[in-house]
Design a protein around this ligand. Structure first.
Ligand code: URA
Length: 432
């Protein structure tokens, strides 16, 4: 087999065999296919696509390119969850706490921020002393004792994805549905959970900008999971406005705490309960209706908040700071004022995410340090009526010079109009 022949085959619309895709992945990981050939092949895939069988074979080869975690020693059906990335999306902490409090084990490996989207691990790391780089033994121990652990991805989990992602990022081949599906699912398969809930975001702040593309991506990923013997469900959820009121790291954790204490914003509570219901369903806790009831009562009883505190403590974090104002306050804070009276008719969630990035809440380069206290607290969102001069958000940072730029960026993300916009659903569809 020669890579130049395989590039020509895909360029001309041919269909690869399982053996060819395994060869491409293994040779690339072993450094035997140079980046320039792999880039050409990725571009051929971008334009010609992959069949369902090709995507399944590619994913399997990527999942098998490194360590595969065996969670069989953990009692109960382990359920994983993956979001395709959003702005203000802190649901992992809420739903993992609910689900673990109901006895379904959650062994969660998460990533850092990517582009304008925030990362679960960065948010968790805003809690003083918390360990987000657990050893395998620590990870297993905490899942066994507490029922939930959240750690950064192990270095050798799906290394093919790491190499391919870095190349796709710089060769214009990120937004290809089979490549995104194989990237996400290779990590999920290697992470070992028996069931997988996928949260596929759609809208201005998501990689999938249209409903049709989001459904195709969801169907592709569900087919891969099912084909590999994992119970897989996907929800298509709204990312045409940021989720909740907070964008950042510590302020998002503070919002998680508020939500677990029964004081969360409606959109975040509704979406989290829907995701938790589906995770409980995948975890074998009964009918959809029974799981919905269980999720609601577990949140309302405070059991999920207790579970979140246990998780933080088990990972070495200081829970005493979580409810203190100082945990979420930055040195500098300024109000964003409504420029006109009327309704907020649309929010470009990607620009909102970029405004938070400008405050220091994310990274421009891999080595940038995060300002964990930086972020945006939104008081008014799409559909809300505002009066000119009224405070609609606060921007905060430990670097004063970032505030003006962030305010301008945030305002540029908002559209105003005289008529109230129609309400969009939070959960668009469920794909099984
Ligand atoms: N998230 C991933 O893990 N991979 C992609 O390709 C895109 C989003």
């Amino acid at each position: 087999m020669h890579m130049n022949e395989l590039i020509l085959k895909k360029r001309n619309g041919g269909i690869h065999s399982n053996a060819e895709l395994t060869y491409i992945v293994n040779e690339f990981v072993n450094g035997l296919i140079p980046d320039y050939q792999m880039s050409a092949w990725l571009m051929a895939v971008y334009f010609q696509g992959l069949t369902a069988e090709e995507t399944a074979s590619l994913t399997k080869a990527m999942a098998e390119s490194g360590e595969q975690i065996d969670l069989s020693s953990i009692h109960g059906i382990t359920v994983d969850k993956h979001s395709t990335g959003g702005v203000g999306d802190k649901t992992t902490f809420i739903i993992a706490s609910i689900v673990a409090a109901c006895g379904v084990p959650v062994a969660k490996m998460s990533g850092r921020g990517l582009g304008h989207t925030g990362g679960t691990i960065d948010k968790l790391e805003s809690i003083p002393h918390v360990n987000v780089a657990l050893t395998k033994d620590e990870f297993f121990q905490i899942v066994r004792n507490v029922g939930v652990a959240v750690t950064g991805q192990s270095g050798n989990l799906a290394p093919a994805d790491k190499l391919l992602y870095a190349l796709r990022d710089v060769t214009g081949t990120v937004d290809s549905i089979p490549l995104i599906a194989s990237s996400v699912m290779s990590k999920k398969l290697a992470a070992g959970s028996e069931a997988i809930l996928l949260d596929v975001k759609v809208g201005s702040g998501a990689f999938m900008k249209t409903y049709e593309d989001a459904v195709t991506l969801a169907e592709t990923m569900v087919a891969i999971g099912t084909h590999n013997g994992r119970k897989t469900v996907a929800l298509i959820t709204d990312m045409d406005r940021p989720l909740g009121q907070a964008i950042g790291n510590a302020i998002e954790i503070a919002e998680v705490v508020d939500t677990l204490q029964g004081k969360g914003p409606e959109d975040l509570v509704t979406e989290s309960l829907e995701l938790a219901t589906n995770m409980l369903y995948l975890g074998g806790k009964g009918s959809y209706e029974a799981c919905k009831c269980l999720a609601n009562t577990t949140l309302a009883s405070g059991a999920a908040f207790t579970k979140f505190c246990e998780l933080v403590e088990a990972q070495g974090g200081d829970t005493s700071v979580l409810t203190k104002a100082t945990f979420k306050e930055a040195q500098y804070k300024e109000a964003v004022l409504a420029p006109v009276s009327g309704y907020i008719t649309h929010m470009d969630a990607e620009i909102c995410g970029r405004a938070a990035l400008a405050l220091g809440a994310g990274r421009y380069t891999k080595t940038d340090a995060i300002d964990y206290k930086a972020g945006i607290w939104m008081l008014k969102k799409t559909g809300d009526e505002v009066v000119a001069g009224e405070t609609i958000a606060y921007v905060q940072s430990n670097t004063k010079s970032t505030l003006e730029d962030a305010k301008a960026r945030y305002l540029s993300a908002l559209s105003f109009g005289a008529a109230e916009p129609s309400k969009q659903p939070l959960v668009w569809a469920r794909v099984t």
